[in-house]
Design a protein around this ligand. Sequence first.
Ligand code: G6Q
Length: 536
Amino acid sequence: MHSINPTTTKSWKALLKHSAASNGVHLRELLYETSRFKSMHIRIEDLLLFDYSKHRIDETTLKLLENLFDECKVQDLLEEQFRGVKINVTENRPVLHTVLRDPGIAPFIVDDQDVRKASKIELKRMYEFSEGIRIGDIRGHSGRKIKNIINIGIGGSDLGPKMAVESLKPFSNRDLKFHFVSNIDGSDLHECLMQIDPEESLFIVASKTFTTQETMANAEVARDWLIQKLEDPACVEKHFVAISTNSEKVNDFGIKKENTFGFWDWVGGRYSLWGAIGMPICISIGSDNFQELLNGANFIDDHTRKRPFRENIPKIMAALGIWYRNFLNASTHAILPYDQYLHRFPAYLQQADMESNGKSIDRNGKRVNYSTGGVIWGEPGTNGQHAFYQLIHQGTELIPSDFIASVIPQHPLHEHHSKLLSNYLAQTEALAIGKTIASTPYKKFEGNQPSSTILFDKMNPFSLGALIAIYEHKIFFQGAVWNIYSYDQWGVELGKEMARKILPEIDGDHLDSDHDESTKGLLNHIRDLSNKADNN
Ligand code: G6Q
């Protein structure tokens, strides 16, 4: 794989000059140019409209960013990814989550495995199982219908399914209740177990590795709770399924092969909702709707590979992000869905983006000399307007944002929706234009805060699949330009390792003298208080 330091390219240098020259230009001047909207929006018929005209850019900016993409050979890297080249070099793996949503049936052999065939077999198994639960063919140990689905997983094995189940609630089977237990904080599992009837509950243990501390601890306690309640160890068979790449560990846990749904090393955790990790989504919305989710993502895969730069939504989004991060020094990016069902989308994206592009070592193993991924955050509108928007409007930070909404609502309260959309538009306009005439300086708004408007015709499984895939590819393009490995996550490891070391010190007598003074002090404090509590 090639390795190009983006700062050495001609276009990077030109962008530096261009950013200095265009520094004083205000969105107020740009946004009244006739035909600006026309030339800076992308319409995909029956799906969405992407407006990128409210950005601090002009035609030159876009041309230079396009040149940067060419010089950094991002399209070549994208094709390598789709071809199954091991672009996840530090883990020695290809990156093929796109295969999970690819309708093609011709053999696609990667490392002696027909990845298309393997993915279709597991998908079919998941569809059959999900439908069995939905119609009540698959029942609990005592013959009762399953009404509670409890997903036990964390990170990529939690955030995607949880976000999608919430986002697609209008398409869900309302007889089923979904619970997501992720945290090692016992209150997460405790609160869930208090709400469910064991005879009507299905636990999905979702873990790629089946070794993650949080997930295994929660799954073991849930299994013991179930056996105790139903008074028969054989009940596990009817109430537990596993989603994992590690069939050996699943077997050791006591879940049989027929209740295990697999995926593969070539699917990264945070990119895994398209396969068996999507089981809660599939049970919630049904297999036909799940297929639509895949179709929406696959549609964007095609769009991303084939559309030229100016018609390519993920490329434009990635380019804008690079422009703000590397040339205008923005360090954060807000994700603002004007859609209550999408309330977990910012949290989902936080992981997808920050775990992928929060890297500082380039593809040559050298420290980068430029900024990479920024902080992703957000909350649904209009709630955010009554909270943190103040800082975006009148603070000192440059904060680009994405405003996501749909023209057609998912509920019958149409007047609410008009009010929601009026806020949606008002905010992007106010952020860009500001307010210069006011009785006091406190009431002035500088404006010039950029935003993208992502406006779906309506939100449905296809639209959600498209939305997620747009961001996946945006993240890919940014990582490609930044010359980093977007698909590993070594940064998660150190904390896990140290927690394993500290665990025996919390309850035991021994204290490791290697700890820094702060950690030692805190450990002693916890041990003292816990001992006192135990003795009372
Ligand atoms: C995602 C990361 C990480 C992972 C969790 C859970 O890309 O790898 O968030 O999903 O650590 O891992 P398991 O699925 O192996 O339990």
